[in-house]
Write a protein that binds this ligand. Sequence first.
Ligand code: C2O
Length: 531
Amino acid sequence: SVTRHYTFNIQLQNVTRLCHTKSMVTVNGKFPGPRIVAREGDRLLIKVVNHVQNNMSIHWHGIRQLQTGWADGPAYITQCPIQTGQSYVYNFTIVGQRGTLFWHAHISWLRATVYGPLIILPKREWFNADPEAIINQALQTGGGPSVSDAYTINGLPGPLYNCSAKDTFKLKVKPGKTYLLRLINAALNDELFFSIANHTLTIVEADAIYVKPFETNTLLITPGQTTNVLLKAKPYFPGATFLMIARPYVTGLGTFDNSTVAGILEYESPLLHSALPIKKLPLFKPTLPPLNDTSFATNFSKKLRSLASAQYPANVPQKVDKRFFFTISLGTRPCDKNQTCQGPNGTKFSASVNNVSFVQPNTALLQAHFFGQSFGVYNSDFPFNPINWYNYTGNSPNNTMVGNGTKVLVLPFNTSVELVMQDTSILGAESHPLHLHGFNFFVVGQGFGNYDPNVDPKSFNLVDPIERNTVGVPSGGWIAIRFLADNPGVWFMHCHLEVHTSWGLKMAWLVLDGKLPNQKLLPPPSDLPKC
Ligand code: C2O
């Protein structure tokens, strides 16, 4: 293993898409940002230098950050933001992880343009016979807060958008070869279906964890999730072209972008100098499930299983120390003075976990914890169960108000946690991609309607459940996860739909140090930004 150095200059760059040029915040002037490639066991030193007016922080999404919580990145949770003219070196080692992850800004909505792939090669090449193609699927916001002007693949909107035919991602393949595609949903607010016309995709990895391979025509990927697929090129003629497209899966009420991003899969000659004529065939288009196809979503997520092999076992916690039940709700808060609010009856939209809408502190929780200065920053009384229990009924209750606060839930080191997250219908049901920092978790169960603690655990999968860092809590249903709190620090958990995060659908776990030296949070680096 080696130490790899990167420098991320946060700078403005003019980018033209859909015939509009705008100045946007980028890393090193690139959109999407630079690719980080490392090998399992490597140490990364990434110096982030902020040259723009916005405050900045970067999160290495899915990296465990064992003992190095200071490098995790969410602003006001593990660090104060990097201010204009300042820099911070993110310093962490990749332990026991391999596959496709990504990095993104973790402050305000800046991840719209500040993101890029983070690829961890295995110690021993697993796909060494295969050439590799990289697709990162991403969204670029242009318009209002929740509706973008276009989705993009590697920053390119593709031919189905106005003015964008030349901005099309193209993947060239040779007949008979197998390609590994790394898909990252970096979109701000939309779960996406993805498909390639006339081709099946073999799913082999999710959130940097190998899965039992299975074939599908279409995959579903939520913001914050990554998926690796194998694509087998067929014996098509050179010049044969197929569209790959992505479009949202929508369960909620709000506005969304119902547009389609497309890239092109194009066949090349199998030989270097081929006599085969280039045939101009019609462009084949795939069909995707309907926008709100929840049964597709359910079936797809149930097919995802850990590889659970001798080499890559699924270490599912078999015994549980603590059980928690969280409701995940959209709701309302009173409107602030002198504001006009968009929510029902003049309220403002809010979102909560156990009816606590998270209030961002003005200093970082991890610093406050480490230096014993939590007073006035956070309280350690995050409720174990919902304060008011709202059954999922399919209807809104009369009172849609939720509480708020900056609360953490404290866990002793090595607590084995079972957490059930229940979607409610306070303001209508909606699927929420919940992301946990600092851990992978196992998805041991899921269902629709209300979770029944007497019945549902009987059908939990404790053998080969999918292990991941982001999971969709089904619209009008629940999900059960298990994880071992073996990583000391403050770990954010939030909906990866940026609009819901902004509304407060987030909370933090505080995992205490263990007794042994390798179970303690290391001290902060000297360049840790100050608030
Ligand atoms: Cu990818 Cu807290 O985020």
